[in-house]
Design a protein around this ligand. Structure first.
Ligand SMILES: Nc1nc2c(c(=O)[nH]1)N[C@H]1C(S)=C(S)[C@@H](COP(=O)(O)O)O[C@H]1N2
Ligand SMILES: [Mo]
Length: 520
């Protein structure tokens, strides 16, 4: 009979089991977020939602009362709210099976909406709330089930209440400990390893002291023609990185060492304080085939490399800077190209108006007009060693490519395309041409082996950017061969002879075939 009165406080136990289940829910979501989607914690997503929807006066009041701890206050409030709702779900579940589980399922759906509707959400963002809800529901159902068994065995007084009581208490205690340990562990892990994507998104760069002026007529409006500035999403990407390095600006350091009077180290903020300027530069890959698309133009914000090198004072006799990426890639750039006051070699931090995309070298990369990427454009830059070509070899130099590799002047036909028939009549042949550091003087097009016709050029932004060109043509039905060639401002014509990309870039005039349909 004594055992019968031992079952007391059924409501409190149910509330406790509910609260622990809530903890299991949140902790499982945090662990999943840590593993697959660092910025898809349902708790934080709910927090952001609250920040977005609470009225301004409430925000100001919170900041007035809690100061810089306002976010902590929000999270603690949210945490307490979650525990209260979960405790209520425990009570509901005790009264009616599935009633509490339904509350958890609803919370899971709310979490799903919160994590998946954010602008930067990936498909993985659905996992943390899903896994959390499933784990929470299972735990709630199991613990309230154990509580029920304890109660009924106490009522029946069949000698098992002691065991059932221990089972319930053990389950609840284990759940609580596991939730606290795994939940805080995952949260700390997520914060410590930070989502660099989120840091990048929140990063505000200082205004540059100068901007690129884009003259009237720099951009032609012709369907099928490459835009003057290549959108970041369309910009070609070439690197040896299996997974994109993720470096937070806070932890970033640039070391300048080697043949220098003074070895220096710069933080990201120190680099920014040197003053940003904007440059328009066309980047080109040595692997670009004639007519290929491993070339693109962007507006970059950066600091001249020569100003950074000047801080370290390179020694006489040095003729190369070996730049190194965090992933081990290296490029060897002639020091003359980096210190030349007439060439805007920069350490770039932004691309087309936003911090460098992670794939394009966040937080800092090199951009050197006129040199192929593999000898100059080191992404995820971390070190510049002043040295000599005789002493050091860069990544691609030991793999069959030249140590020195200026970009070869080239031209490309963008439209009409070889794979798309056009109607007969007035047509526009258009494309781009580049001769970085020199500029394009003339682009000529030859149709079906006839006379070379001079194309109209867009107004150049500068000698480091490509120009667009077009030629009007009266297309007649049938197949036609188009050939393009460019001449730079030094009077040098693009080489006609075809050579492969190795060891220092392809040459040759692009030739393409256009099919023109019949009228009507
Ligand atoms: N860290 C690193 N930087 C790198 C490379 C690389 O493999 N690793 N490739 C280079 C090459 S070959 C080119 S053409 C350019 C391409 O820059 P993008 O991917 O931003 O277009 O980056 C250069 N910088
Ligand atoms: Mo490249």
């Amino acid at each position: 009979m004594g055992e019968k009165t031992a079952f007391r406080g059924g409501r409190i136990w149910a509330a406790a089991a509910g609260a622990v289940s809530g903890g299991v829910f949140v902790a499982s979501a945090e662990v999943t977020a840590f593993l697959v989607a660092r910025d898809a914690s349902p708790l934080l997503a709910a927090g952001s939602l609250v920040i977005d929807i609470v009225p301004q006066w409430a925000k100001e009041l919170t900041i007035a009362v809690f100061g810089a701890n306002d976010k902590l206050f929000l999270l603690v409030t949210l945490g307490v709210g979650v525990l209260l709702v979960a405790a209520a779900a425990g009570l509901l579940e005790r009264r009616r099976r599935w009633a509490g589980v339904a509350v958890f399922a609803a919370a899971g759906i709310a979490g799903l909406l919160a994590t998946t509707t954010r602008a930067e959400a990936t498909a993985f963002a659905a996992l943390p709330p899903l896994v959390g809800a499933i784990a929470g529901c299972l735990f709630l159902s199991a613990s309230i089930g154990a509580l029920r068994r304890w109660r009924s065995s106490a009522a029946a007084d069949d000698g098992r209440p002691g065991t059932d009581r221990r089972r319930f208490l053990l389950l609840t205690a284990l759940g609580a400990v596991a939730a606290i340990v795994a939940g805080t562990g995952a949260r700390i892990g997520t914060v410590a390893t930070g989502s660099v994507a989120a840091v990048r998104k929140a990063l505000r760069l200082p205004e540059p002291s100068s901007r690129v002026t884009v003259p009237a007529g720099a951009e032609l409006d012709i369907p099928g023609l490459s835009p003057l500035f290549t959108p970041n999403a369309d910009f070609y990407r070439v690197d040896t990185a299996l997974s994109v390095p993720s470096i937070a600006p806070e932890g970033w350091r640039l070391t300048v060492d080697g043949m220098v009077a003074k070895r220096i180290e710069l933080s990201f903020d120190e680099l920014l304080r040197m003053g940003l300027r904007e440059y328009a530069v066309t980047l080109t890959c040595v692997s670009n085939q004639v007519g290929g698309d491993l070339v693109g133009t962007a507006r970059w914000l950066g600091v001249p490399v020569r100003e950074v090198l000047a801080l370290a004072r390179p020694a006489q006799g040095a003729d190369m800077v070996l730049s190194r990426s965090v992933d081990g890639f290296t490029a060897g750039t002639p020091i003359a190209a980096l210190t030349d006051p007439d060439r805007d070699a920069i350490l770039a931090v932004a691309m087309n108006g936003e911090p460098l995309p992670l794939e394009h070298g966040f937080p800092v990369r090199m951009v050197v007009p006129g040199l192929y990427g593999y000898v100059s454009a080191t992404k995820w830059l971390t070190r510049m060693t002043v040295t000599t070509f005789a002493k050091d070899q860069a990544y691609w130099t030991t793999r069959g490519y030249s140590a020195q590799a200026p970009i070869k002047l080239s031209s490309r036909i963008d439209t009409p395309r070889i794979d798309k028939e056009i109607p007969p009549g007035a047509a526009r042949i258009a494309g781009v041409a580049w001769a970085q550091t020199v500029g394009i003087e003339r682009v000529e097009v030859q149709i079906d082996g006839g006379a070379w016709q001079t194309a109209t050029l867009s107004t150049p932004v500068g000698e480091d950017t490509w120009v667009q060109w077009f030629l009007d043509w009266n297309a007649t039905s049938g197949s036609h061969t188009l050939v393009v060639r460019a001449t730079d401002r030094n009077g040098r014509m693009q080489e006609q002879e075809r050579t492969p990309i190795a060891p220092d870039g392809s040459t040759g005039w692009q030739s393409t075939v256009v099919r023109v349909g019949t009228a009507g």
